[in-house]
Write a protein that binds this ligand. Structure first.
Ligand code: FES
Length: 182
């Protein structure tokens, strides 16, 4: 039997060296693998946050005049490594018509993603990047508009106490159809 201070046998030393090498090798291989996996899974993780309903404002802040008003969407944003609570993730135009009818339009231009502006004098939306024009209801108002589709309409609902909630979602730019982004 070896005493605690006895020198290690050559075979035992050899075994420990090999075991250490295997351990280091496994760590070197596993860490990048996990990082890569997290990157691959990132869109899936963001998808969980996309398309959720977000509190935007109250009915009392929205006059019943059909004029679009711009609101930032504040929500949690998450990537593979970090979670950012309560940060701006986009913006919407909200219109309130008679009878509490609501319309929500994503501010992002479906052509190439610039922020669309509301022009009160024209009672229309205009994208300053390439001149896409949209009517008050978000439809394309000029057949020559480079945007292939209308502004992206979003679901809006009034919840208890007159809270306005919007199901916020971004869509692929440059397409004629609305294809949700993760
Ligand atoms: S990004 Fe709006 S017209 Fe091109």
């Amino acid at each position: 039997m070896n005493s605690p201070d006895a020198p290690a046998q050559p075979e035992r030393r050899d075994f420990l060296t090999k075991a250490a090498a295997v351990g280091v090798g496994a760590a070197v291989t596993t860490v990048p693998l996990l990082a890569g996996l997290a990157t691959v899974l990132d869109p899936l993780r963001r998808k969980a946050a996309a398309g959720g309903s977000v509190f935007v404002t109250t009915l009392s802040a929205l006059p019943e005049d059909g004029v679009p008003r711009r609101f930032q969407i504040i929500a949690d944003r998450e990537d593979a490594w970090n979670k950012f609570p309560n940060v701006p993730v986009g913006a919407v135009y909200l219109r309130r018509m008679e009878g509490n009818k609501l319309q929500a339009l994503n501010v992002t231009c479906p052509h190439a993603g610039c922020p669309i502006e509301f022009k009160p004098g024209m009672k229309a939306f205009l994208c300053p990047c390439h001149d896409s024009k949209f009517a008050l209801d978000g439809s394309r108002s000029d057949p020559n508009s480079p945007s292939l589709r209308a502004m992206d309409a979003l679901e809006a609902e009034v919840r208890a106490g007159g809270e306005v909630w919007v199901k916020f979602q971004n869509f692929e730019p440059g397409k004629a159809q609305k294809i949700p982004l993760a």
